[in-house]
Design a protein around this ligand. Sequence first.
Ligand code: G3P
Length: 217
Amino acid sequence: MLFFVDTALLSEIQEAASLGILDGVTTNPSLMAKAGVKDFDAHYRAIAQLTSGPVSAEVISTTYADMIAEARHLHSLAPNIVVKIPFTPDGVKALHTLKEENIPTNCTLIFSPLQALIAAKAGATYVSPFIGRLDDVGHEGMELIRQIRQIFDNYGFETKILAASIRHPLHVLQAALEGADIATMPFSVLKQLFQHPLTDKGLAQFLADYEKLHGRS
Ligand code: G3P
């Protein structure tokens, strides 16, 4: 399973990359606003230099023609930029055209398995089912991952399942068990994946036992 970090903060991306397990970055306009970004182009370029993996940059346009123009521009900023397209009729049409132009796409705001099926048929490189937001409204987000996995396997779609709107480590575990190709998560969740009290306790004990024999090094 690939790990992406879902943030626009350069410091977080840098720190995540230094761990050696970062495979890519996803952003959205809300994350860009949260990071206080004014110059989006310069910021996407900066992110794209911090990782060799894919960097999702979302279009602001809502019509087909504008989405295509914006997608071409975003992808021209850096070769590893993937264009994030919202799941709308215009968006789906854009996915098809961008596939023909070899511009990689991430179809976002996926809340049903049929939306994912349509995006895959249109040639999306990635689909982003939003697990946490479904949980928030009383639907089991992970069921969506399960159904998309089954549909994509039934028909041999190559579109990657990018589990998004991840809120905690259990979401990452369940998404991995259900066969999501990628989990994109806040940096706080990525850090949580490293933590286990028994690891800390065990290490402290090993060091204490060594010190008993050899003294403090
Ligand atoms: O980037 C899309 C997605 O991960 C957003 O997550 O927490 O705003 O639902 P969230």
